[in-house]
Design a protein around this ligand. Structure first.
Ligand SMILES: *[C@@H]1O[C@H](CO)[C@@H](O)[C@H](O)[C@H]1NC(C)=O
Ligand SMILES: *[C@@H]1O[C@H](CO)[C@@H](O)[C@H](O)[C@H]1NC(C)=O
Ligand SMILES: *[C@@H]1O[C@H](CO)[C@@H](O)[C@H](O)[C@H]1NC(C)=O
Ligand SMILES: *[C@@H]1O[C@H](CO)[C@@H](O)[C@H](O)[C@H]1NC(C)=O
Ligand SMILES: *[C@@H]1O[C@H](CO)[C@@H](O)[C@H](O)[C@H]1NC(C)=O
Ligand SMILES: *[C@@H]1O[C@H](CO)[C@@H](O)[C@H](O)[C@H]1NC(C)=O
Ligand SMILES: *[C@@H]1O[C@H](CO)[C@@H](O)[C@H](O)[C@H]1NC(C)=O
Length: 630
């Protein structure tokens, strides 16, 4: 039984021209597209192998669906992948790395050729074809050519719904020599455009040479390679702030003044070892000595790395001295509040003065402040905020340390009109008009431009989202919550933090911190402003994923855009050209490849141009809106 040659099948197919396009398009098609050959005699029995898989929308953002796809249990994925919660409904982040076990067989296709693969059965759904399932669901861990080779009796263009097809997931078993060199598994890994072999090697804790020896020379992006490992590397899984707490914040009740104000989000993740450690130093003055003794050497090393940006010193003692000096720096720059003042202003931190999370509103000396209570010291925030001062950033006015219960407070300017999140997704009766939205976009862009380009070292906010954008009395926007901000750029972090729906894919996948991740999140904000939809909807659908498909070309683009735009904007007959301009900016900010995203300078320029256009337009066509930003 000779499988039909690929060309034969294709020429007879209706999809002929489509595949011709593919062939031309990807001259890069690897020579192993049919599968990776093996010799039957060393693996008569299956061997254990793993694939490296990235959780992805649409559809593959929870363990249950991924486990079903690979015919394994959720626990079989969560254990090797270092995920503590294997609950079916536990949402994964797009790009989150997973190790999935597979059984790897060496099977003969005909008298002369054998290829090694895991034979996964897949039930064809409506709209599925070999190419789509291989490329997206199995993420290029197989190719449609190989599927055709393994299923010689099926006609690719005429697949009955519900039929079972074997998808040959590429894998390899360790050779005899590799086994002798303590290789236990070969991990199937699909090369990403941003990867280099050394970066892959370091991720898996192997030598680059081990990878090149086990694979064909110069593999192309999206080709599967095999990484020989003696044990699976430890994956660090992202810690993610779920967007749900903000949803509780929404309602603004009639009669009550706009209470949804101040700092939009709670304290975020204070999981940072750094903050904890520094917190112990600064807050728990009395406990400092004993805590210090407890610190193990490993912790010490990590800490030094983390704060290396600030002080490139090697010994803990020296750092401590520096730190105390730095705090006294802060003491000079900020007003230091007394805990009694705060207690009085907030009625003893009563429910009624609670804005949200751990942020309270209080009036001290006739001035309103937002007071954020922190369990640990926010030294990073202090350090970063003292360097920055810009109209589009929420201003830190002072702080307070309460040595009694080792609590610190940051006191910010009070921003009257609450968060952009509550304006867009809350039950506000008044909807923001387009000009206001555009102004908000420009304000946020200017704030980001400032921290990215005009601070040294650069600051990356890391948690740009609509609930961290506050609106003042004249609806100008300010960026709040530098709780996760980091200075320095292109740092790699092991502590992945941020908010689902806004985090840039490269950060989840590799922990790369750069200004480009803020630009990505900013793109999500633009989508929210245009569509009025949330970054993640109730079903867990990710807004940016939906925008990234099919907004690129043609005249259908305008139609698609119309179906996206917030209905409230149509009612105000907003200028579609301007919306289209902003959509274009959003799409470019949301490029998967961080290098392709524009800089904030370009973004500000593009948005301001659009604003000029709207402004002219609005002079004669729009009545002055109630919420206008002028
Ligand atoms: C089996 O493997 C041995 C050494 O690994 C090789 O010499 C031999 O040719 C192989 N036999 C077949 C049938 O492939
Ligand atoms: C899984 O999640 C559901 C709903 O979120 C919850 O009711 C259930 O207790 C969870 N199960 C485990 C084992 O955590
Ligand atoms: C065996 O199968 C491979 C892959 O389909 C094909 O290229 C090759 O020509 C076949 N060889 C024989 C002898 O049929
Ligand atoms: C995969 O191959 C094994 C061994 O040949 C066989 O037992 C199993 O039924 C196959 N599974 C599928 C889905 O074809
Ligand atoms: C698989 O490879 C194709 C190019 O051959 C690429 O367009 C596609 O995005 C890849 N799929 C995934 C999930 O990376
Ligand atoms: C992974 O973690 C385990 C236990 O936490 C440790 O023993 C092992 O050395 C780590 N492996 C790697 C490759 O870091
Ligand atoms: C598992 O992930 C957590 C972060 O999610 C990390 O702190 C921990 O070190 C990881 N465990 C191992 C064994 O790598």
């Amino acid at each position: 039984m000779e499988p039909p040659s690929i060309r034969h099948t294709l020429t007879s197919s209706v999809l002929f021209s489509f595949f011709i396009f593919l062939f031309h398009h990807s001259a890069a098609q690897p020579p192993d597209a049919d599968g990776y050959t093996c010799s039957t005699n060393h693996t008569a029995d299956p061997c254990q192998a793993y694939v490296f898989y990235r959780a992805a929308a649409p559809g593959f953002l929870n363990l249950a669906t991924i486990a079903d796809l690979f015919w394994v249990s959720r626990l079989q994925i969560s254990r090797p992948s270092n995920i503590s919660d294997s609950n079916a409904t536990f949402p994964l982040l797009s790009g989150q790395p997973l190790f999935i076990p597979i059984n790897c067989f060496c099977k003969s296709l005909n008298a002369s050729v054998s290829i090694s693969y895991a034979n996964l059965s897949y039930k064809i759904n409506h709209g599925d074809n070999f190419w789509q399932v291989s490329t997206f669901k199995f993420q290029n861990l197989t190719t449609y050519q190989s599927v055709e080779v393994v299923n010689p009796t099926l006609v690719a263009v005429d697949l009955p719904i519900g039929i079972d097809v074997v998808f040959p997931i590429f894998c390899k078993c360790p050779t005899h020599t590799q086994s002798q060199n303590r290789v236990s598994f070969m991990v199937s890994y699909v090369i990403q455009p941003t990867d280099t072999l050394p970066s892959i090697a370091s991720r898996f804790g192997v030598e680059t040479l081990d990878i090149t020896d086990a694979n064909r020379p110069n593999p192309e992006p999206f080709e599967t390679i095999f990484i020989p490992v003696s044990r699976l590397p430890n994956l660090t899984q992202p810690i993610v702030v779920s967007p749900s707490p903000e949803q509780a914040l929404v309602p603004v009740v009639e009669g009550k003044n706009r209470a949804v104000t101040g700092l939009a989000i709670g304290i975020g993740i204070v999981g940072f070892l750094l903050i904890v450690v520094v917190g112990l130093w600064v807050c728990g003055v009395g406990k400092r000595r004993s805590k210090e003794r407890e610190m193990e050497e490993g912790v010490e090393k990590q800490r030094v790395q983390d704060i290396g940006v600030w002080m490139r010193k090697e010994k803990g003692k020296q750092i401590e001295v520096d730190l105390m000096a730095d705090v006294s720096d802060c003491l000079d720059k900020y007003r230091v509040f007394k805990i009694e003042e705060l207690n009085e202003a907030t009625d003893g931190f009563s429910e009624s003065s609670l804005i949200q999370g751990s942020v309270y509103k209080g009036s001290i000396g006739g001035v309103e402040y937002a007071i954020k209570k922190m369990k640990w010291n926010a030294y990073e925030q202090l350090k970063i905020l003292q360097k920055i001062n810009h109209g589009n950033l929420v201003k830190l006015e002072g702080f307070c340390i309460d040595p009694e219960d080792a609590t610190c407070y940051l006191i910010y300017e009070h921003v009257e009109n609450g968060s952009l999140y509550s304006w867009l997704h809350g039950s506000q009766r008044q909807k923001l008009n387009w000009r206001t939205r555009l102004r908000i976009a420009i304000d946020v862009a200017n704030g980001l431009l400032y921290i990215h380009e005009h601070t040294r070292p650069q600051v990356v906010h890391k948690d740009i989202k609509s609930s961290n954008i506050l609106l003042d009395a004249s609806m100008r926007a300010k960026i709040a919550n530098f709780g996760l901000a980091k200075s320095g750029y292109n740092a790699i972090t092991m502590h992945i933090v941020g908010t689902q729906g806004y985090i840039a894919p490269e950060y989840i996948a590799d922990g790369v911190v750069s200004t480009k991740m803020d630009i990505f999140s900013f793109g999500v904000i633009l989508l929210e402003l245009i569509s009025g939809r949330e970054a993640i909807d109730d079903e867990g659908g990710v807004l940016w994923m939906r925008a990234s498909t099919g907004f690129s070309e043609g005249k259908e683009k305008l139609d698609r855009l119309r179906s996206w735009v917030d209905e409230a904007l149509f009612e105000q007959s907003c200028p579609m050209e301007s919306v289209m301009d902003v959509m274009n900016v959003a799409v470019s900010c949301l490029q998967k490849d961080p290098m392709k995203r524009p800089s904030m300078v370009e973004v500000v320029y593009a948005l301001s141009k659009s604003d000029d256009a709207v402004f002219e337009f609005s002079d004669d066509t729009l009545s002055d809106p109630p919420l206008a930003a002028r």
